[in-house]
Design a protein around this ligand. Structure first.
Ligand SMILES: Cc1cc2nc3c(=O)[nH]c(=O)nc-3n(C[C@H](O)[C@H](O)[C@H](O)COP(=O)(O)OP(=O)(O)OC[C@H]3O[C@@H](n4cnc5c(N)ncnc54)[C@H](O)[C@@H]3O)c2cc1C
Length: 423
């Protein structure tokens, strides 16, 4: 295509969503410029690589989309354009083979993000995508011109269409700090408050528990809670005691419900079954047997299978009378109450809930309030647990937004050409 006739798409934000938008817009025939506040793109993606880079999940599509909770309907539409299978094919195309781990999570063979990102950037540059680093977007100036702060001073950049992929508000040191909320709100875009997702929760532990057991894993374990509709749930998994409270994949998976309960009631009640291998009557019977000279800690280890960390939790959260009664003690071990007071701050969270409300967008992720402006990735109002669901939805939404921006521009140009011919 003649470059002069090519539509120009600006992408702001060089995380996975923005880079995928760049690739999609470029493949749809647009000239693409990517702007990012930092000195290099994909910093959070590289950090995800430190944990093995869980790219996606191999479970069936119907189960996969349920992970997006209240937003599964909308996200499933994005995933129809780019699902886990498409993601693995895309990685293979970049020369990165993936494998399915025992839990169904999908990783690159080398468990690293850097080689994938390197190859991806090489392919984007070869396709003509231009990267502009140290460009912090501040908002719009008159006539929709983009306003950037750069080391050389402020810069105004005109654009035909725009994809915003500015990330959420967690780990601001990596570039996504949520500062985009102000200019978008000013432009009339409806934004749900940014909140921590996939984060730990705070509890007031004793100094003894903090000092001796922070970092200790709790497993096996079943969490039990009653949701805001009054429905009781049980879920097996793992979590970790931390200095401030509790964290880990099981907590992340139910974190949205816990966070909302705290917002509504000031606390969330989570019960832990520390001995899921024993039914309550069996555990009562085992604990009621004559203890002889054994200390209670030793007895809990032998008769209930509790390790030191789970024993310490029982001592922390029961009184002497409960510990002296095998029935009450067993009941507590099977449903130890934790009163969670607050989620950890957004800056520490793995991901962000809240963001641009999906109702503010059309089917191609274009802002209804600002035609020609598309939004993708974690800055949109959806959330999901860890397990590869975050990157998959970021990439899928990036693809839709990038393709949507190029198509929208082409349609605009078509309309203008038709007008000129008519006149
Ligand atoms: C420790 C950790 C581990 C993770 N591991 C996984 C994992 O294994 N699997 C998984 O699925 N997900 C994982 N995630 C989540 C995943 O990394 C994010 O969901 C994903 O990176 C979000 O992509 P994004 O493109 O929407 O935003 P980001 O990756 O945050 O990219 C946004 C970009 O926008 C730029 N930007 C922001 N504001 C401006 C501005 N005003 N002007 C210009 N540029 C701006 C930023 O510099 C950044 O480059 C992990 C996250 C963390 C923190």
């Amino acid at each position: 295509m003649n470059p002069a006739a090519q539509p120009r798409v600006a992408i702001i934000g060089g995380g996975p969503a923005g880079l995928m938008a760049a690739e999609a817009a470029s493949m749809a025939g647009a000239q693409v410029d990517v702007y990012d506040a930092m000195g290099s793109v994909g910093r959070k993606f590289l950090l995800a690589g430190k944990g093995g880079l869980n790219l996606t999940h191999a479970e069936p599509f119907a189960r996969f989309v349920e992970r997006y909770g209240a937003r599964q309907h909308e996200v499933s539409r994005w995933l129809q354009a780019f699902d886990a299978t498409a993601l693995r094919a895309w990685a293979r195309d970049l020369g990165v083979e993936t494998f399915v781990g025992s839990s169904g999570r999908v990783f690159p063979h080398d468990l690293k993000a850097a080689p994938l990102l390197r190859r991806w950037l090489h392919r984007l540059r070869a396709a003509g995508v231009r990267l502009h680093m140290h460009h912090r977007w501040l908002g719009w100036q008159a006539h929709g011109t983009l306003h950037f702060a750069t080391p050389g001073g402020e810069r105004a950049v005109p654009t035909d269409a725009l994809v915003l992929a500015l990330g959420g508000g967690s780990w601001p040191q990596l570039g996504s700090d949520g500062a985009w909320v102000a200019p978008l709100a000013q432009a009339g875009v409806d934004i749900a408050p940014l909140q921590p997702a996939n984060c730990g929760f705070e509890l007031a532990w004793s100094a003894h528990l903090r000092q001796r057991f922070a970092g200790a894993p709790l497993r096996p374990l079943v969490a039990q809670w009653v949701d805001r509709l009054g429905i009781a749930h049980r879920r097996q998994g793992e979590c970790v005691l931390s200095e401030y409270g509790i964290e880990g994949s099981l907590i992340y998976a139910i974190g949205a419900e816990l966070r909302e309960q705290i917002a509504e009631r000031g606390e969330a009640l989570l019960r832990l079954d520390l001995a899921p291998g024993y039914a309550l009557p069996a555990l009562v019977e085992r604990l009621a047997a004559p203890r002889g000279k054994h200390s209670l800690g030793d007895w809990l280890r032998r008769r209930a299978g509790l390790d030191a960390a789970r024993c310490a939790l029982v001592f922390e959260l029961t009184d002497a009378a409960t510990r002296a009664d095998p029935h009450a003690l067993a009941a507590h071990i099977k449903a130890l109450p934790l009163r969670l007071r607050a989620p950890r701050p957004l800056a520490e969270a793995i991901s962000t809930a809240g963001g641009v409300r999906l109702e503010a967008l059309d089917d191609n992720l274009m802002l209804r309030a600002r035609p020609g402006v598309f939004v993708a990735g974690e800055m949109l109002d959806w959330e999901a647990p860890t397990g590869g669901y975050l990157l998959t939805a970021c990439l899928a939404s990036g693809l839709l937004a990038g393709r949507g921006a190029a198509d929208w521009l082409r349609a605009q140009q078509g309309r203008q050409d038709a007008r000129e011919t008519r006149d």
